[in-house]
Design a protein around this ligand. Structure first.
Ligand code: AHR
Length: 321
């Protein structure tokens, strides 16, 4: 149902709820982190198409990875008196002051794909995110199952320092391997969720680990860093996906291309459609006064080479990627 149809359907309830949107389309301001990964770029594209489907006026501010730019964007959305603000928080701390300003202006805030610290729970309406601890756990459990009792030294490429998803994916992976003393993280460093840094950090891991001979697996907090790491392994004469196992998160088309070529092993899917459920929550809130649950959880699905990666690649290409 589009926004106008929803408005009609809810007109009677709407009359009883003060301060709700009626005749005009909603305007939503989205403070987006940037375009550090293929997943992030897809999330932006999908947000635009989900807004268009519902005839929502979406204003996107690209923060170029900087929290200060996100804070400025939120202040500008408050000054413009938008109907709602979507925020993909680059890091989890430092949001209290600006989110209080949005709250005082009675503008609901929806978090997309990352969390803020629990102390800020009262400052947003709902969060549309995956369970990022679970994502890491799924990757860790897959690795344990795959290596069995064989000793396995893992190198880890972490996401942006201070991002909820980086903290949680690390924690989840550690929980996933906790019962297997043969599987150990021997090196761990941030690759900032980018392909270029993933490659650079993997090159340094390979150098530090005797040309890569002692590395059994790479765990990356996103596929883009893994694609960079795969490149680094190939340039060092290693065989990713065979000599060195790979597990990462996002399920972007490029990792399926690598999987189809036998160069990647596992990924945990994160949908780029965070905005769709967020728009629906805002529409219901604005038109009927329906308060959404505090957490709208998106699915996490494990894909491996057994899942016909070429077909998954073909089906994903064009879906915002
Ligand atoms: O917050 C989601 C993460 O941010 C994605 O896994 C990653 O690719 C992105 O940059």
């Amino acid at each position: 149902m589009n926004f106008k149809a929803l408005l009609l359907a809810s007109a009677m309830t709407a009359a009883a709820v003060p301060g709700i949107a009626l005749a005009q389309d909603l305007t939503v301001g989205f403070s987006q982190i940037g375009s550090e990964s293929g997943w992030r770029a897809a999330e932006t594209t999908v947000s635009k198409s989900e807004a268009a489907k519902r005839k929502i006026n979406l204003k996107i501010a690209d923060a170029q990875q900087k929290q200060e730019n996100q804070i400025k964007a939120i202040r500008s959305f408050v000054a413009q008196n938008v109907d709602a603000i979507f925020l993909a928080p680059v890091v989890s701390t430092g949001w209290e002051a600006v989110l209080k300003e949005a709250k005082e202006a009675k503008i609901p805030v929806v978090l997309l794909d990352r969390d803020i610290d629990p102390s800020g729970k009262d400052l947003y309406l709902t969060a549309v995110t995956s369970d990022s601890v679970h994502e890491g756990k799924v990757a860790g459990e897959w690795l344990v199952k795959t290596v069995g009792t064989k000793p396995c030294n893992v190198v880890e490429l972490q996401g942006t320092v201070g991002a909820s998803v980086a903290t949680n994916r690390k924690k989840g992976f550690e929980a996933g391997i906790a019962g297997a003393p043969n599987v150990k993280i021997v090196r761990s460093q941030t690759g900032d969720f980018t392909r270029a840094k993933g490659k650079e950090v993997m090159e340094s891991f390979i150098k530090a680990e005797g040309g890569g001979a002692s590395i059994c697996a790479v765990y990356a907090h996103n596929d883009d860093m893994m694609v960079g790491a795969i490149q680094a392994m190939k340039e060092a004469g290693l065989k990713p996906g065979k000599d060195i196992l790979t597990a990462s998160i996002d399920a972007v088309p490029d990792i399926f291309k690598a999987m189809a070529a036998g160069e990647a092993n596992a990924t945990v899917e994160l949908t780029p459609n965070m905005a769709g459920p967020a728009f629906d929550a805002i529409i219901a809130y604005k038109t009927k006064g329906t308060v959404p649950p505090k957490w709208i959880q998106t699915e996490s699905k494990l894909y491996t080479a057994a899942d016909n990666p070429q077909a998954v690649y073909d089906s994903k290409k064009g879906l915002g990627y």
